[in-house]
Write a protein that binds this ligand. Structure first.
Ligand SMILES: Cc1cc2nc3c(=O)[nH]c(=O)nc-3n(C[C@H](O)[C@H](O)[C@H](O)COP(=O)(O)OP(=O)(O)OC[C@H]3O[C@@H](n4cnc5c(N)ncnc54)[C@H](O)[C@@H]3O)c2cc1C
Length: 260
């Protein structure tokens, strides 16, 4: 099977993020591969182990390629970085358009993506790519059963209080949800191999796109304002000793915090 996995590097949840201006964030330089994308990579690798073929990780990013390196370290065969200065200012639709332009001529069987990126959380890119390519897509899958890639396959989604089982034919795109698998931890040798791996770079001209199709000129969704979360009230220390401190805590939880 020829499988493409869409991957994105996102800020580490422990990274310091500040609102720099109405429309700009200042993010500490600590990034890792989107959690749901590792699940997508794992799903691709499992299918390759069963049916043979190739897993390619693909990102749109002008700077960060560590998500591609993570893919290679986990076992992907190939890594592609779509990069171009004209991509600056892109919204989710532009990213989907760019990925679809790359994929449209490729003989893929399956495209896998994360259910959402853990930073911008739009959840648009995967379904957007599928729509632009005109292929079936199922979001947030927790199960995937393929007996024969040429025959109808089964995917499982979690719905309120139960599961939904759907079927479709390949080629298709699925976005992956926690519970589908446990991503493997790369072996040290593979991490070293990934550090040295050359990423194939593709620019917009090679995709028949230009600045008018993506980036700031093409935005359909614009950030109007970032608002920081409200400041937390200061911590209140209870000075009394036991059992007075317990009585005081219960009183505060009842009367001030109103949680009990
Ligand atoms: C070069 C560049 C410039 C940008 N400039 C701006 C800007 O000026 N202002 C701004 O607000 N935002 C900017 N962005 C962020 C961009 O709008 C978001 O990354 C994009 O909208 C994706 O939305 P999301 O992160 O919510 O992804 P989601 O739709 O939540 O992601 C779901 C899944 O789609 C796939 N995916 C998402 N993004 C990528 C990607 N880049 N490559 C491959 N697969 C992907 C992953 O599998 C991911 O799990 C820029 C991004 C890039 C790459």
């Amino acid at each position: 099977m020829d499988i493409y996995v869409l991957v994105k590097q996102v800020p580490d949840p422990e990274a310091n993020v500040k609102v720099k201006s109405d429309v700009e964030l200042e993010i500490e330089n600590k990034y890792f591969t989107n959690f749901f994308d590792e699940i997508a990579i794992e799903a691709g690798l499992k299918l390759r182990e069963k049916f043979g073929g190739k897993v390619t990780v693909l990102t749109v990013d002008n700077k960060k390629v560590d998500a591609l390196r993570r893919g290679i370290a986990m076992g992907a065969d190939d890594a592609i970085q779509i990069t171009d200065p004209a991509l600056e200012g892109s919204d989710p639709f532009a990213i989907a358009k760019t990925l679809a332009a790359y994929l449209k001529d490729k003989p893929f069987d399956l495209i896998l993506a994360g259910r959402q990126a853990m930073d911008d959380d739009a959840g648009i890119v995967g379904p957007g790519v599928a729509e632009l390519l005109g292929i079936p897509h199922v979001n947030m899958i927790v199960g995937l059963e393929i007996d024969d890639p040429k025959k109808e396959l089964k995917v499982v989604r979690e719905v309120e209080g139960g599961k939904e089982i759907l079927s479709c034919f390949l080629p298709a795109l699925f976005t992956c949800q926690k519970g589908l698998n446990n991503p493997r931890i790369p072996q040290v040798m593979n991490v070293m191999k990934a550090m040295k791996a050359q990423m194939k770079k593709v620019d917009l001209a090679a995709l028949g796109l230009s600045a008018v199709d993506v980036g700031g000129q093409a935005v359909k969704i614009k950030v109007q304002k970032y608002l920081p979360p409200p400041k937390r009230p200061p911590v209140k220390m209870i000075k009394e000793d036991f059992p007075e401190n317990v009585k005081q805590l219960v009183k505060l939880l009842k009367e001030e915090a109103k949680v009990i």
